[in-house]
Design a protein around this ligand. Structure first.
Ligand code: UD1
Ligand code: MG
Length: 459
């Protein structure tokens, strides 16, 4: 009485007009096929098989260990895809087969669970998931008999004018009794508008044989199939809405949830405030009381309690407690801003540690550097971290004051409590407490303005 799961992902994806495999298209930071596998996994199938196209290395590489790929060499339709999958499935008496297309990322584990219970309790030979859609164009329609029983499913391309009016659509998700499915698949023919072996035909074949067919009705939203780029965008918007609602229930504040983009896998704490234009991606975590946005892109980064980040791009960085970042800051991988520090306005930091309470306030580039606690990097000061021989580190000591427009030519060290004079190109270490000056003495040319003016007056 085991459950065997089959995910169909070998379709051509031709309506997407994409070079990239359709089932790897992302919805809220996760490939569509991953969403489907995640909804199936809690049902604990004894075996999970994924039907893939030939040369689908990229798809296979993304599959979890428990999912076995099976190649469908010729894409002859969904019935043929299931038949191919069953080639590697051991079906024993009383087993059920769950089939889910990889292009239905909004399906939930709740719906799959309820449908599985309905299927088992009715002893049906086939159970499909259906919904009423305002615009059912493109979907298979569910044809019921006078008693309301599902009789067959007709594909959009094969509908008569009256069938086209049917609003109840087939979600492409089924449970089949393992005892009958192989035989029913053998009876599917390809005499239809697309010349394909349609899996929905199994429903009418089993029904005609006198078996019980069930339909589990759910929302149109859950069954939204992704065949085109605009359907992908709509599915992604719905998924974002779900994610945002879930975070708001956890105590996250959003000024305008429609303009907040949070990927699955991001971690937020209660009391986080998100302004419009915020994108949170990858393994990003934001701690309590942090304020993000407007207009911030954060990827694989961490933001500490009470920090403020606005109008900035942050990748692979860690932002400490009560730190301020922005406006117009780029933090690149390997950057660590310790608590109470500051980066911005117009500042880039890469692979560097900015110490506690240290400040990089204006127009700086800090790369491969260790900035000591409470140091200050003056406006326009930069590290010259690259030479023909590679990258070098810069060390700025605690409480050091780097003058405006200083160039710190790495490898170089400025000691604790040391200074550099504005405009200096520092190529030698500055000892603790010293002032490093590297520039020519200023001289004045008296009456310069008169000299400038003189030739014109002579005309
Ligand atoms: C299918 C259903 C339709 C339903 C809709 C719901 C059929 C014939 N039609 O239509 O009734 O309303 O889903 O979204 O099943 N695939 C393979 N191998 C193939 C063909 C398809 O693995 O040879 C896979 C695709 O990758 C996809 C899934 O099966 O994940 C469904 O195929 P697709 O072409 O998207 O079918 P629809 O036209 O959407
Ligand atoms: Mg589809």
């Amino acid at each position: 009485m085991a459950l065997k799961a089959v995910v169909l992902g070998a379709g051509k994806g031709s309506r997407m007009k994409a070079v990239y495999p359709k089932v790897l298209h992302q919805v809220a930071g996760r490939p569509m096929i991953q969403w489907v596998l995640d909804a199936v996994a809690p049902l604990e199938p004894a075996q999970t098989v994924v039907v893939v196209k030939p040369d689908a290395d990229r798809v296979v590489a993304r599959l979890p260990e428990y999912a076995a790929p099976v190649v469908q060499a010729r894409r002859l339709g969904t019935a043929h895809a299931l038949q191919t999958a069953l080639g590697v499935v051991d079906l024993e008496a009383g087993d059920s087969v769950l089939v889910v297309p990889a292009d239905t990322p909004l399906i939930t584990v709740d719906t799959l669970g309820r449908m599985a219970r309905l299927h088992r309790s009715t002893g049906a030979a086939a159970t499909c998931v259906t919904a009423s859609m305002d615009d059912p164009t493109g979907y298979g329609r569910v044809v019921r008999d006078g008693w309301g029983r599902v009789k067959r499913i007709v594909e959009h391309a094969d509908t008569t004018t009256s069938e086209r009016e049917i609003e109840e659509i087939n979600g492409g998700i089924y449970m089949f009794a393992g005892d009958y499915i192989r035989d029913a698949l053998d009876h599917v023919e390809q005499n239809n508008a697309q010349g394909e072996y349609y899996l929905p035909d199994v429903v009418s074949i089993l029904g005609a044989e006198g078996h019980t067919i069930c339909a589990y009705r759910t929302t149109a939203e859950e069954l939204a199939g992704v065949n085109t780029q605009d359907q992908l965008a709509r599915a992604a918007a719905i998924m974002r809405g779900r994610i945002n609602e879930a975070w708001m229930r956890e105590g996250v504040w959003m000024l305008d949830p429609a303009r907040v983009y949070i990927d699955a896998g991001v971690e937020l704490a209660a009391g986080v405030r998100l302004y419009p234009g915020v994108h949170l991606e990858g393994n990003t975590a934001v701690r309590s009381g942090a304020r993000i946005g407007p207009d911030v892109y954060l990827d694989d980064s961490e933001v500490g309690e009470g920090a403020k980040v606005w109008y900035s791009v942050i990748r692979g960085a860690s932002i400490g407690r009560n730190t301020e970042v922005g406006p117009y800051v780029s933090l690149r991988p390997g950057t660590e801003l310790l608590e109470d520090s500051k980066a911005g306005t117009f500042v880039e930091v890469k692979n560097s540690v900015v110490g506690r309470g240290a400040k990089v306030p204006h127009l700086s580039y800090v790369g491969d550097a260790d900035i000591g606690d409470e140091a200050n990097i003056g406006a326009g000061a930069i590290t010259a971290n690259y030479s023909w021989f590679g990258k070098h580190r810069t060390r700025v000591g605690r409480r050091a004051q780097i003058g405006s427009n200083t160039v710190l030519v790495a490898p170089v060290e400025v000691g604790d409590d040391a200074y550099t004079a504005a405009g200096s190109a520092i190529t030698k270490n500055v000892p603790e407490g010293a002032l490093g000056v590297e520039r020519s003495a200023q001289r004045e040319i008296p009456d310069y303005a008169d000299h400038r003016r003189a030739p014109r007056e002579a005309d």
